[in-house]
Write a protein that binds this ligand. Structure first.
Ligand code: NOJ
Length: 585
């Protein structure tokens, strides 16, 4: 038991901390419904994003090796409709057209990722470097720069070379750290004279949890309670190593920045007067964003993760925690390895405390957190099942980053909303509303003092949405995947986002409402174009359907029916002849 004096000192300390935090950011002024008219700081960077596997296609072209996503998506039953990224948007061939779309939007930056197996087919640099893959990224980068668009390049957006998965077990294995470092080093060497913003990993939470814990994503492993922690441990170390490689070998000449892009939903306590809910919500965010952000900024896992996973592991009779530990040397090596923080944010959850039994059978990352997630049924959710539009959560998330990690430089690397595949409506008013409100909350966060330097709309195009295949469309531009040429059509949100960019914010109510009206007006002509194209391809499909049974019917007639009838005729004539001969005798 702590002595009473110590308890009261702690209490006073907590109160002081609470009050200073409150001064930093006044939650009570956070009126969810108010809209803030104003502009972003000069030089604020506006962009849109994509990733290699989701858009490039050309999965087996020009010497590219297989990635875990090529293999995973080719297995039956893993992806909605058994879709694959084999050709996707054909971005590999259409990057010049796509750059024109970016110009149309007046983007300052474009975020894309480099496919590791496209430039190192087996994942091991000493095996072979695929110069054709290098050439593709060279051309893409040059073309962007010629068009005054800054490339922001992600090194790992989930497409691990398949060979590394097969040989070593992928991110379960410590050897990935060196292989990834070699790959990153090659990218710095070949592209670093032109690329100044590097993101080591995109959303490592997904890689760890969905790739190695639930198995919904490639490589599809279900190593409950250990797989995610182990994968994350190696990813964090790999990030730190790459940051040091850049820092010691390239920064002097190239003057670029190296960050990591973390995803995180905001967690809001269900009952803000209930301490248990407040702590559960904090835990939710620490197990999500904090899992990766705390090591790279402070050198270790969040205390609450160490406490919870450690305690549960002990209750399960394990000698050590399922959450790996860092040595003192590793901690100091990792601390501060982030020149900027990429934030991918889409949605929010209400969180309440819920104790989970700690038996071995129920072991998982999810049960380790002792909480339950809830949503407000009034929140709009136009597309993905998990994506509710809750703009105020974005401001809270950004302020959390500011207070927890010493106000780092932030680039929003992903933010956007989807609609269902079946939706062919280009007048996407719900997306306009989402962008308008989320971007506005980001503006409020900047006014709160958060250092947000850029924003990336997710995504430029509709594309392969991982285990959801093409069933969810996130694009500002609609892609007609059924057409061989994969044409792109602007949705109304293109017009709206473009106006935000040209005004660098929201000038006044009248103008912003006018933008929306105009955007919806102009999209109706694109809608007609698309509808005509849809009709044409539906007609073509019907014709094919009609034509196909006809052909097969004809084939059946010539190949089966005619010979059978002929044989029968011959047989019958023979029988008839025999019958006649007998009667004569
Ligand atoms: C985060 C992932 O990084 C991205 O690839 C994906 O499209 C979005 N989430 C939306 O699900």
């Amino acid at each position: 038991m702590l002595p009473r004096r110590a308890v009261s000192v702690c209490y006073v300390l907590m109160l002081v901390l609470y009050l200073s935090a409150a001064e930093d950011f006044d939650w009570t002024k956070n009126n969810h419904d108010s809209f803030y008219y104003g502009t972003f700081p000069t030089g604020f960077s506006w962009g849109a994003g994509s990733s290699a596997y989701q858009t490039e296609g050309a999965w087996d072209k020009d010497g590219k090796g297989l990635s875990i996503w090529d293999v995973f998506s080719h297995k039956m039953g893993k992806i909605q409709q058994n879709d694959t990224g084999d050709s996707s948007c054909d971005g590999y061939y259409k990057f010049k057209d796509d750059t024109s779309l970016m110009k149309e939007l007046k983007l300052n930056h474009y975020r894309f990722s480099i496919s590791w197996p496209r430039i190192i087919p087996t994942g091991v640099k000493s095996d072979h470097i695929n110069e054709k893959g290098i050439q593709y990224y060279d051309e893409l980068i040059n073309h962007l720069l010629e068009n005054r668009i800054t490339p922001i390049v992600t090194l790992y957006h989930w497409d691990l070379p398949q060979v590394l998965q097969e040989k070593y077990g992928g991110w379960q294995n410590i050897s990935m750290i060196n292989h990834f470092n070699e790959f990153a080093n090659l990218c710095f060497e070949r592209f670093g004279n032109r690329v100044k913003y590097w993101i080591t990993f995109n959303n490592p939470w997904s890689v760890a949890v969905e790739g190695y814990e639930t198995g919904e994503h490639a490589p599809g492993l279900r190593l409950r309670g250990t797989g995610a922690y182990r994968a994350a441990h190696h990813i964090i170390k790999a990030h730190a190593k790459v940051w040091h490689t850049y820092d010691t070998q390239w920064r002097g000449k190239q003057q670029g920045l190296v960050g990591i892009s973390l995803s995180g939903d905001w967690g809001e306590p269900v009952d803000i007067s209930n301490q248990k809910d407040i702590e559960a919500a904090e835990r939710y965010v620490q197990f999500y964003l904090g899992w990766f952000a705390t090591p790279v900024f402070h050198g270790d896992y969040p205390q609450v993760m160490k406490d919870f996973v450690g305690r549960k592991s002990a209750q399960q009779g394990l000698g050590t925690s399922r959450l790996p530990t860092f040595s003192p040397q590793e901690k100091s090596y990792m601390k501060g390895t982030c020149d900027f923080l990429g934030i991918g944010h889409f949605t929010t959850r209400y969180i309440t405390h819920k104790s989970n039994p700690s038996g071995r059978s129920s072991t998982s990352y999810f049960t380790d957190r002792d909480l339950a997630e809830l949503v407000d049924p009034r929140w709009p959710d136009p597309g993905s099942e998990w994506l509710y539009s809750v703009p105020w959560g974005f401001r809270r998330m950004l302020n959390f980053v500011k207070t927890q990690y010493g106000n780092p430089m932030i680039y929003v690397t992903e933010n956007g909303v989807s609609e269902k595949m079946s939706c062919t409506e280009l007048c996407d008013e719900w997306r306009i509303q989402y962008y308008k409100d989320y971007i506005n909350e980001m503006l409020k966060a900047i006014r709160d003092g958060v250092s947000v330097k850029g924003y990336t709309a997710w995504s430029l195009l509709d594309k392969f949405e991982w285990d959801e295949g093409y069933s969810e469309r996130f694009g500002l531009y609609y892609v007609d995947f059924r057409s061989k040429n994969k044409p792109r059509y602007p949705k109304a949100s293109v017009q709206f986002y473009k106006r935000i960019i040209s005004s660098n914010g929201f000038p006044n109510q009248r103008e912003v409402e006018n933008w929306k009206r105009k955007a919806v007006e102009t999209c109706s002509s694109s809608n007609q174009l698309l509808a005509a194209e849809e009709q044409r391809s539906t007609a073509a499909n019907i014709l094919r359907l009609i034509h196909d049974p006809l052909t097969s019917h004809m084939e059946m007639v010539t190949e089966i029916v005619v010979p059978t009838v002929c044989t029968l005729c011959i047989l019958l004539s023979a029988i008839f002849l025999m019958f006649l001969l007998r009667r004569r005798n």
